[in-house]
Design a protein around this ligand. Structure first.
Ligand code: BYC
Length: 331
């Protein structure tokens, strides 16, 4: 039924109603879709968009924390931060590889990022002026990422789902290292506690924005849920994150910067204030404090790395030619 013959030379499928129905039946039966399987072009496009933006977020996400590697307060903190930032580079690589299985090249994805055609997470357009920001990023940003990414381990597209398993394990270590930094600061001097509170005040609302627009404004959620790319809506995940995180702030004696936050016994979750959606869209569209710097840093790395890519390609070509010559000689 899923013969390769259904995929045309241009990678498009014959999207007859019967084909779409059969594809949806596979999704509904929780079968994983693999790279060589026929798939609707919209499914492929959605995955390329989401996975590449996810990869860009990991790579751009190395920048705010990279800012503190040379200034971490102790050797232990420095080693942990260095490992965390390296993990993020690794996550970017698994995700770019997962996206490549859908027929897009690393060069195309990078060019889309640099030209502003592809997004990356809004959260990385905020600055990291103090050491406490490294704690807040680990605790809140990685905490939000885990909430969003655990369900992606069950995404219908096999390569993405499998990449997410390892990523989530590493994110869990990242979240703990951040929370431990915050706990140490919150239990320290009055000045240290106020650094931690200030970081929480600045990162809380942007962390809630990471989950994306509210369900009524989310243009892709319905289709992505039908295709089981997303398993929960943006608002559902945001609520789970608030419910998990408020007790963690209480435990270390920090106050959430939201006067409207209160326990709602009926819904068994917290009610919280209104997100500043104007700020969200401004940042997503490139108007954040750091957007320009982030893209400039990525452009510089891409341009300065050109000789490495060229050398690697030349080396691969030389090896292939040597192997071909050896095969001929052995005949
Ligand atoms: N920032 O219809 P919607 C990390 C865009 S990195 C920017 O709801 P969807 C880490 C959205 O792309 C974590 N843009 O979209 C790394 C869409 O625009 P396009 C990154 C956003 O895709 C280093 C439009 O708004 N995680 O953990 O159904 C250090 C409408 O939205 C944002 C992922 O990427 C945003 N916050 O849902 C520490 C997870 N939100 O594409 C930590 C994978 C929305 O039509 N991605 N937009 O131009 C997802 O789960 C989904 O793509 C989202 C959005 C929930 C983000």
């Amino acid at each position: 039924m899923y013969a390769q013959g259904l995929i045309n030379a241009d990678g498009e499928t014959d999207e007859t109603p019967a084909f779409l129905e059969a594809f949806q039946a596979r999704i509904d039966a929780e079968q994983k879709i693999e790279p060589n399987d026929p798939m609707p072009s919209g499914y492929r496009k959605t995955l390329i968009r989401q996975i590449s933006q996810h990869a860009h977020s990991e790579i751009v996400g190395m920048l705010p924390e990279g800012n503190w590697i040379t200034r971490a307060p102790t050797l232990r903190r420095k080693a942990a931060l260095l490992a965390k930032v390296q993990d993020e580079g690794g996550h970017g690589l698994y995700l770019y590889s997962a996206a490549e299985t859908l027929g897009v090249s690393r060069e195309e994805m990078t060019e889309d990022l640099l030209a502003g055609r592809a997004k990356y997470s809004s959260i990385f357009n905020y600055p990291t002026p103090t050491w406490a920001d490294i704690g807040a990023i680990g605790w809140l940003v990685d905490g939000a990422a885990i909430m969003n990414q655990i369900p992606l381990c069950r995404c219908s597209y096999g390569p993405y789902a499998r990449a997410m398993i390892r990523i989530c394990k590493e994110e869990s270590f990242h979240q703990r290292q951040g929370y431990e930094i915050m706990m140490t600061l919150a239990n320290g001097s009055a000045q240290q506690k106020s650094l931690a509170q200030d970081a929480l005040d600045r990162w809380w609302w942007p962390s809630l924005m990471m989950f994306g627009p509210s369900d009524s404004e989310s243009q892709h959620s319905d289709q992505s849920m039908t295709w089981k790319i997303k398993r929960f809506t943006n608002d559902e995940l945001r609520q789970k994150f608030v419910d998990a995180t408020v007790p963690q702030a209480d435990f270390i004696g920090l106050a959430m910067p939201d006067p409207a936050l209160r326990w709602n016994a009926e819904k068994k979750g917290y009610d919280f204030g209104t997100i500043d959606w104007d700020e969200f869209w401004r940042v997503v569209k490139g108007g954040g404090q750091m957007n320009r710097d982030r893209i400039a840093a990525r452009r510089k790395a891409w341009e300065e790395g050109a000789w490495v890519r060229e050398a690697a390609l030349a080396h691969a070509k030389k090896r292939a030619a040597r192997r071909a010559a050896e095969a001929v000689a052995a005949e």
